[in-house]
Ligand binder design. Sequence first.
Ligand code: ZN
Length: 159
Amino acid sequence: MALRNIVTDEDPSLKKKSRPVTEVTDRIRILVEDMIETMRAADGVGIAAPQVGVLRRIAVVEVEDLYVLINPVITEREGDQFNEEACLSVPGRAGKVHRPTRVVCEAMDLDGNMQRYEVEGLTAVCFCHEIDHLDGILYTDKAEEIRSTEGDYEEEDEE
Ligand code: ZN
């Protein structure tokens, strides 16, 4: 396993639509392992393949449980929540976004089998955020309020 570089929002590739995975090969499995490692090293709760420079429809979410989503499709969405989000590709900022409170997502797993996930709360936010990346959409395209988070850490440094 290896850490991959995280692409930031200055890179136009994050605006591109990713292509579906046709077959779960060893190459895809290694990519997923690297994505998990990269997400954890960056203290993230999710990461999408385009964030590591691979325009394929793969996302990883880790909120309590770890979800590997290959070719994910949201088939049901319900409710509305409005919470602050951040993104590993948009360092130093956070913004409030409307998301469903509950979603159902169908995706392929690492064995190539279709799975159905029903998630809510923060997990639902992460599913939506990561799946948006696969369509070239960043949370900053949807956020109503965006603020700098750089000052959040300054006080800690002074103490
Ligand atoms: Zn993101």
